[in-house]
Design a protein around this ligand. Structure first.
Ligand code: SAM
Length: 248
C-alpha cells in the first residue's frame, strides 16, 4: 500500500483515502459512506443497478465493478463524454431523472429485468428528492432492491425523503433515514449539514404489518440543526430576495 503522506495531514472527511485507493476516481462521499458503499455493493452484487447523479463517477466506479449492468442518469451531458469509455457495463442516460427514471423503470418492469440496487444522488431539492423516490419505488421488485438515498443528513433532502408515504407501498420492508449519519460544516460549507445515507429495502413479497420509519440519529440531527446555517436560512427565508438584490 503506497501512502500519500501529504494527505495524512489533511483533516477533511474524505482523505486520506489509502484504504480505498482501488477506487481512484474522486467521489463526493465521506469516508464512512465510502466504506459502507463498497461493502454493500460487494455483498449485493446487483444484476441491474441505477445511479441517479454521477458527476465525476466516484460512486459509479464501485457500482460498475460489482453490478452486471448499470444505468447512470445525469443532466450533465459531459458525464457520458468523460466516463463513457471507462465503464463497459454502464449505459449513460442524459437528462432529468424526473423524466428518465419513470421510463426506465417501466422498461425494466416490462422486460422482467431484476433491479437490485439504486443510488439516489441527483437533484438535491426537496421536490427533486421526493420525485426520484416516488419514481423508483414504483418498481415491483423481483428479488430484493436496496435503495441508498444520499445526503439524508441535509435538512432539505431529508424533508423530501420524509414526504413519501412508505407505508402505502406494500413492497417496502425497511426504511432508515440514518443508516449512515452525515457531517457538519465540511470544508467550504460552513455550518451546513451534508452526507448521510438513508436506506430503503424493497422485497418481492408484500408486507403484512405497518412499517416504522426509522430515524435512529434524529436527536443528533435535530441538535446540530439548531446550530446550523439551515435553521437561519429557513427562519429568514423571506429576506432572501433582499439579499439577492443587494448582492447584484
Ligand atoms: C452530488 S453529484 C453526484 C455525486 C456522485 N454520486 C458521487 O458520489 O461521486 C450530483 C449529480 O447529480 C446531477 N443532477 C442534478 N440534478 C439532476 C436531475 N434532475 N437529474 C439527473 N441528474 C441530476 C448533477 O449534474 C451532478 O452530476
Amino acid at each position: 500500500m503506497i501512502i500519500d503522506k501529504q494527505s495524512l495531514i489533511n483533516a477533511d472527511t474524505n482523505s486520506p483515502s489509502f484504504t480505498e485507493d482501488e477506487f481512484a476516481i474522486d467521489w463526493s462521499m465521506t469516508r464512512n459512506e465510502r466504506y459502507c458503499f463498497i461493502q454493500l455493493l460487494q455483498k449485493i452484487k446487483p444484476k441491474i443497478a441505477i445511479e441517479i447523479g454521477t458527476f465525476n463517477g466516484g460512486s459509479l466506479q464501485v457500482i460498475s465493478k460489482y453490478a452486471e449492468k448499470v444505468y447512470a442518469i445525469d443532466t450533465d451531458a459531459s458525464v457520458k463524454e468523460r466516463l463513457g469509455s471507462k465503464f463497459k457495463n454502464v449505459e449513460f442516460l442524459i437528462g432529468d431523472s424526473k423524466t428518465i427514471a419513470p421510463q426506465l423503470i417501466q422498461t425494466l418492469q416490462e422486460n422482467n429485468d431484476p433491479l437490485e440496487f439504486v443510488l439516489i444522488d441527483g437533484d438535491h431539492s426537496t421536490n427533486g428528492v421526493y420525485q426520484d423516490i416516488k419514481n423508483i419505488l414504483n418498481y415491483k421488485p423481483k428479488t430484493s432492491l436496496h435503495i441508498i438515498l444520499h445526503d439524508s443528513f441535509n435538512p432539505t433532502c431529508r424533508k423530501g425523503m420524509k414526504l413519501y408515504d412508505y407505508n402505502k407501498n406494500e413492497n417496502v420492508h425497511y426504511v432508515e433515514l440514518d443508516f449512515i449519519t452525515g457531517i457538519f460544516s465540511p470544508e467550504g460549507l460552513k455550518r451546513q449539514m451534508w452526507g448521510g445515507f438513508a436506506m430503503v429495502l424493497m422485497l418481492a413479497e408484500k408486507r403484512s404489518t405497518p412499517l416504522k420509519i426509522n430515524e435512529s440519529q434524529k436527536k443528533l440531527h435535530n441538535l446540530i440543526y439548531l446550530q446550523s446555517f439551515h435553521l437561519v436560512n429557513n427562519l429568514f427565508w423571506f429576506l432572501k430576495p433582499l439579499f439577492n438584490f443587494l448582492k447584484k
